[in-house]
Design a protein. Sequence first.
Length: 226
Amino acid sequence: MAELLNQLLPNLMEKPEMLWQSLVETLQMVSIAGSIAFVIGLALGVTLIATRPGGVMENRWLYFIVGKIIDLFRSIPFILLMIMLRDFTRSVMGTYIGVKGAIVPLLFGTVPFFARQVETAMAEVPAGLVEAAQSMGCSPWEILWRVSLRESIPGIVRGTTITLVSLIGFTAMAGAVGAGGLGNFAISYGGNRLQMDIAYVVVLVVLIMVSLIQAIGSSIARKATH
């Protein structure tokens, strides 16, 4: 078996520890940035749905400002966003390279995307449920928590799945500017040194990660659906 792998993947078999280290770095970026983005994006999504015109806490100015800021960062390509945020990232994290330096731009790229996913999921909750809660005297916070959020859990789970898949793609692009991870490994050896067996294996690993995330997300969404 080892001899066959050496024949099929000669370059990779010379540095298997680098593949493992790159995988660990990618998982670190996805888990750290994904966890923080979930909390912040959920809060922003709830803010958008609550303050929109006709919302339970209608505030047109706040809705307009938050929405425009989210749309601004969503419209900037991630690779350009990383370059723009270099100085800010260095001031916050002490560096703009490696896993640590990738967290800030990953958040700026992921939070706006997830916030819109949350807003979309909550907007699909039937208006009749909200009106029924209002008629029973529920406060705006109770409506958001007991009705809007609870009823939109399947949609939020699907949005989380889509966001995590996008986040994996962001980490690959971050590797192009020194963030480490599978993207950096594939670019450094598969692209720059034409060691294509490494590039193929990295693509396979990413496909497996994406497939697992999608399978887990679909399973949770099905169980959360009433």
